[in-house]
Design a protein around this ligand. Structure first.
Ligand SMILES: [Zn+2]
Length: 415
């Protein structure tokens, strides 16, 4: 059975983890930072030493390319991202990019004729120093001026950040790729959860990437003296929050699992020991991989807000904020991942992704698959993020065989 060069993959993962390394053993490779620039330069050298073509597009997405004999061939893409969250882990994103590079290098070394150009890509700023999945949005043509206006960097900061990468606001829009030139996209990533570990399964085949919606919810009551106002006459905005959160938690667990909801921030006003809170503001976010269940969940949560307001004598409002729709993965591409896992004798299961990924952007323009390997204890966005070497190697081998399966490479080449 054809396999990747496991030592080379592990050595690259180790080398990359030194770039932006933190005291706790994680990495800080925030997009546009010095460490990001260093990581990019390192990746370019690795690509060139591997005998692959290097390319950087207008959004700073970096690619390794193994051209097909036919210049008119379409491109089969695979990749992830090299940037990290501040003091994040060494596997998130890095695994997908390095497995992609390794798979291409293996195919090149074996001289396997491919009907597609192969491209291993690292997308810019997946983690959202400026905009989450920035590079893949630009690549898929979904990035607009409106997104830039809402970015976490203001116009001057954005220009400076782009300049560091040798890019400009205008060049971003050149990154858009014609879907007709693409054959598909496959991304491997650590799970960032513990479902595979709990089920003792090697490979998680993603069915869909969750849709995320968020609201700023406000309850309005009446600020009052915390001593003299009788309890039964209070219109306490916090009571509305407490009732809502408690009931929403039960409701989501009973009716919408594996969907999730989170209230990550609450502010009370006036905000004092001796004043009954007259106003409460709540950051509400919820996620589901099914569009229809996400809609139902939204309605049910807003109904609970209304109920909590009514029961506590409050007024309320819910302001919708930017969200992302769920993205289904492509059935044939999912089957290719499962076929690859079976060739390699690895167990697999289907599951939704509860985190956003570049694969969401790609799924809008080309047949897309994503698969996970286990994360120990489900820890992620944390220096303690860890995936065992055997799972890293499985990731590389399943990716290699998925590319061969999608390209329908005859058995004689890979057996
Ligand atoms: Zn990631």
């Amino acid at each position: 059975m054809l396999t990747i060069n496991a030592e080379r993959l592990l050595a690259r993962l180790q080398a990359l983890a030194q770039i932006g390394r933190t005291q706790e053993g994680g990495v800080s490779r925030r997009a546009f930072s010095d460490a990001d620039l260093e990581g990019r330069a390192w990746f370019q050298r690795e690509v060139e030493e591997a005998g692959l073509l290097f390319r950087k597009d207008g959004a700073g997405n970096l690619s390794a390319i193994l051209p097909a004999a036919d210049p008119q061939a379409r491109t089969l893409l695979t990749g992830s991202h090299l940037d990290s969250v501040p003091n994040g882990g060494r596997y998130d994103g890095a695994l997908g990019v390095l497995c992609a590079l390794e798979a291409l290098q293996t195919i090149r070394e074996k001289g396997i004729p491919m009907p597609y150009h192969l491209e291993a890509i690292s997308f810019t700023d997946e983690e959202g120093a400026c905009i989450g999945t920035f590079g893949s949005l630009a690549f898929s043509g979904a990035l607009g001026e409106a997104d830039l206006a809402r970015a976490r960097l203001d116009a001057a900061e954005l220009s400076a950040a782009l300049q560091r990468l040798g890019l400009s606001r205008e060049s971003l829009f050149d990154a858009r790729r014609d879907p007709a030139t693409l054959a598909g996209y496959v991304e491997v990533h650590i799970e960032q959860g513990s479902r595979l570990e709990e089920e003792q399964v090697d490979i998680g085949v993603v069915t869909a990437i969750v849709g995320i919606r968020s609201y700023r919810v406000r309850f309005f009551g009446e600020a009052a003296h915390a001593g003299t106002k009788p309890m039964h006459k209070r219109r306490d905005a916090l009571w509305g929050v407490v009732q809502f959160v408690a009931r929403a938690r039960e409701m989501v667990m009973q009716r919408f699992t594996p969907g999730v909801m989170n209230c990550g921030w609450v502010e009370l006003a006036p905000g004092s020991f001796n004043i009954v809170p007259g106003r409460a503001t709540l950051a509400l976010e919820f996620r589901h991989s099914s569009q229809s269940l996400l809609n139902e969940m939204q309605q049910a949560l807003l109904d609970l807000c209304a109920q909590a307001a009514e029961d506590n004598g409050l007024q309320w409002e819910a302001e919708p904020l930017a969200g992302t729709p769920p993205a289904a993965m492509h059935a044939d591409m999912m089957a290719a991942v499962e076929g690859a896992a079976e060739r390699l004798g690895l167990s697999h299961m289907r599951l939704p992704s509860l985190a956003g990924h570049d694969a969401r952007s790609l799924s809008q323009i080309t047949p897309t698959a994503m698969f996970f390997v286990p994360s120990v204890d489900g820890i992620s966005h944390n220096p303690r993020e860890y995936t065992r070497d055997e799972d890293v190697i499985n990731a590389g081998n399943v990716l290699l065989h998925t590319l061969l399966e999608v390209a329908q490479v005859p058995r004689v080449w890979w057996e």
